[in-house]
Design a protein around this ligand. Structure first.
Ligand code: NOJ
Length: 712
């Protein structure tokens, strides 16, 4: 169907049929749903049993059910329009990838894109047309359980990762039905909920909104994301789900989003709970007039829009615009041509390898006092609550996995190491049993972690420090004089301030998916050289939150994160581990940053000229390895306070032993400018420090200048 045909189709539909297209129903009562579909009262079905599906046991997709519903829609419903089936495929289907926060630690959008392509293929093969992913909310608060679903604290990294996930999901041949539509969520500012309390209120100024929270959405639209989901929350008193400014003026008119907006679960009806609508009918009017296109499960649109049009409170023209967007996406993803599921044979082994590539690249070495890679001749013992764990290695928001594909850390070690290994059988040991058993053991590998149930939606923590029992275990083992390698399987950053000293090495393994344990063991034995870098700052303790690398210059104690002064009497201001940080088994030497031409006029920048800032990186160590070269900008003088550093480029390179490579970053208006308080984008004249190095604290810098015409 071409675009004109969509318009004609809409003309031929009754108001009720149109409203049906804006209604997403649940799958609770199959017979009832069939009836509703037959009447043309359903445009989409969400394949989930509950709102917080990320952590609940859920029914699997039943292909015959989907085909039957689709048959009714295309053969028996009045307008014969196919349904679009949506399910939360967040970071995996049968094959599970690292949680998104961990994926960001790879700093490798290509690897991530390929892996998500495989996931899309698996989901599409079961009839899923649409996923509610990626989550591209900036999160600076690891107490917020949903920080694991996003890509961390930085808008640039989040934008790049979001785009690669969108491309992975969407960019196969749509018409063949092996792509799925993506959904950028939760628009807007959901990650800024106060205190990390899910669903809470966010206070965001226009300046912060545009310079931080909006950027990943702009990038998602550039990557042609099919749909956008609203945030449950309010921004400064305005619930997003009823904000015409955010959903229409900014998203559609200004950013040029062409797909449709889906509400989050029952978010329209929640306007009543938020005290903004007196009843569900008024809620439907508010959201429809904001042009929130599709209503997820609460039935407000299907129950009230027809009456609201009759009363003149919502115009039919508005409804038509919303329906157009829904049909445009259905057409784009080939639903009119291929409404039914055509199953293909999947090579799961290939997908497993893609997942392994991801987990190899996300695991982040935070500390290594010459214990890793581990000498195979050493006698080691394996201990800790995550040693035999499988389910939690997959993280939150996974429900279609095949647990038989997952191995525990103990299982993989046993395959590798054989006799010299002492594996403690369960996690609740008696200390008196441990001490004698550890007698001649040289090194203890302590597998620690948090359940997949303490992160994700509505799973926030007031305290993110290492759980007490785990801290105690580490302390006691270190007290025996053993070398301790901590393998940390957490979805979020944790406060390591108190715990750090008890570990000789810290391998932050996140919750890295189906191949997590294989990657952990490969890294411990040096088969894989770790290359993950932190996408989010690790605080020393919970009390330091929020702590993020791109904070603004303060009038006093301004460089706290970077080592000078503190705003606390009882804690320093530096993080435990900064943004962008991660070790390797090899060493990388950076040349001084250089730039051929260090001054450009504003006119030149406006016309697309860019500074080319480069560096040579050499692998001076003993192993081949991958390094993420990072480029940060600091605007030294501006009309608004600007961040101390802002990531504006990164490049992950593989360097063999002794090899060197030149890496060049291009910096133009987009990288040097910012949105001022009035929402205008501006590039101001003056000097900028450009930092290039292996994490955000690098001091390898060069000055460049944007020259105003009058100075020239
Ligand atoms: C609520 C969550 O906030 C959202 O991210 C998810 O996609 C929907 N539920 C659907 O399950």
């Amino acid at each position: 169907m071409c675009l004109k045909e969509i318009t004609n189709k809409i003309r031929s539909m009754s108001l009720e049929e149109k409203i049906g297209q804006l209604n997403q129903a649940g799958l609770w009562d199959f017979e009832l749903l069939c009836e509703e579909v037959r009447k043309g009262r359903v445009g989409s079905v969400i394949l989930a049993d509950s709102a917080t599906a990320g952590n609940d046991e859920q029914q699997r997709v039943i292909i015959d059910q989907l085909n039957e519903l689709q048959r009714i829609a295309v053969e028996e419903s009045p307008s014969h329009i196919p349904l679009i089936f949506g399910r939360d495929i967040i970071h995996g289907y049968r094959t599970v990838l690292p949680v998104p926060l961990a994926a960001a630690a790879s700093f490798n959008p290509d690897v991530v894109e390929k892996a998500y392509r495989a996931v899309a293929y698996e989901a599409a093969n079961d009839g899923v047309h649409w996923t509610f992913s990626p989550m591209i909310d900036i999160s600076r608060d690891p107490r917020w359980g949903r920080c694991i679903e996003g890509f961390g604290e930085d808008p640039y990294l989040t934008s790049k990762m979001g785009q690669s996930v969108i491309r992975g999901f969407q960019n196969a041949d749509n018409k063949k039905g092996d792509s799925i539509a993506a959904c950028a969520k939760h628009y807007l500012g959901y990650g800024a909920v106060e205190g990390g309390r899910d669903y809470g209120k966010a206070e965001i100024s226009e300046y912060t909104l545009r310079n931080y929270y909006l950027k990943p959405f702009k990038a998602a639209i550039e990557a042609d994301v099919a749909t956008v989901m609203n945030s449950f929350s309010e921004i400064s008193g305005q619930p997003v789900v009823s904000s015409r400014y955010l959903l229409h003026d900014l998203l559609k008119d200004e950013l040029g989003f062409r797909g449709f907006v889906i509400s989050d679960w029952a978010a329209v009806a929640q306007l009543v709970t938020q005290g903004v609508a007196k009843d569900r009918k008024e809620a439907a009017a508010l959201s429809a007039n904001a042009e929130l296109d599709m209503d997820m499960v609460d039935g407000c649109y299907i129950d009230y829009l027809s009456g609201l049009v009759a009363e003149g409170k919502v115009s039919e023209e508005t409804i038509d615009k919303m329906v157009y967007r829904v049909l445009y996406i259905k057409e784009k993803f080939g639903l009119f041509e291929h409404p039914f599921i055509t199953r293909q044979k999947i090579d799961y082994q290939e997908h497993l390898e893609l997942s392994k590539q991801c987990s190899d690249e996300v695991i982040t070495l935070l500390k290594n006092k010459d214990v890793l890679p581990l000498d195979r001749s050493k006698k080691i013992a394996l201990l800790g609550p995550f040693l035999h764990e499988k389910r939690s290695l997959l993280g939150s928001w996974t429900w279609d996995f095949d647990i038989r594909m997952v191995k525990s850390i103990a299982e993989v070690f046993e395959e590798y190491a054989g006799r010299e290994l002492l594996v403690f059988p369960q996690s609740n040991y008696l200390w008196d049993d441990i001490i004698p058993a550890l007698g001649d053991v040289d090194t203890v590998i302590l597998a620690l972690g948090e359940s997949y149930r303490v992160s994700g939606e509505n799973n926030c923590l007031a305290n993110i420090d290492l759980p007490k029992e785990q801290l105690e275990l580490a302390k006691r083992i270190k007290g025996l004089g053993k070398k301790v390698i901590g393998v940390f399987c957490f979805g979020r950053p944790i406060g390591l301030g108190e715990a750090d000293i008890y570990f000789d090495a810290i391998l932050y393994a996140w919750q890295a998916g189906t191949c997590a344990a294989r990657s952990i063991v490969d890294i411990i034995y040096g088969k894989v050289n770790p290359s993950g870098k932190l996408p989010i700052t690790f605080p020393r303790s919970t009390g330091q939150i929020p702590i993020y690398y791109n904070y603004h210059t303060m009038p006093r104690n301004g460089m706290g994160y970077y080592g000078e002064g503190s705003n606390y009497l009882d804690c320093c201001s530096t993080p435990m581990y900064p943004f962008g940080y991660g070790m390797s088994y090899t060493k990388f030497a950076y040349s001084e940053a250089r730039c051929e031409k260090t001054a450009l006029t504003l006119e030149e920048l406006k016309n697309g000229k860019k500074f080319k800032v480069g560096v040579t990186v050499t692998n001076t160590g003993e192993y081949d390895g991958k390094e993420t070269v990072q480029c940060y900008v600091r605007d030294l003088l501006a009309t608004m306070a600007r961040p101390v550093r802002e990531l504006k480029g990164f490049s992950k390179i593989l360097l063999k032993r002794g090899e060197f490579k030149e890496v060049v970053f291009e910096l133009g208006s987009e990288e040097l400018g910012f949105y001022n308080g009035k929402g205008e984008f501006c590039v101001e004249p003056g000097e900028f420090d450009i930092f290039i190095g292996g994490d955000c604290t690098t001091n390898n810098k060069i000055k460049i200048t944007a020259v105003s015409e009058t100075e020239n």
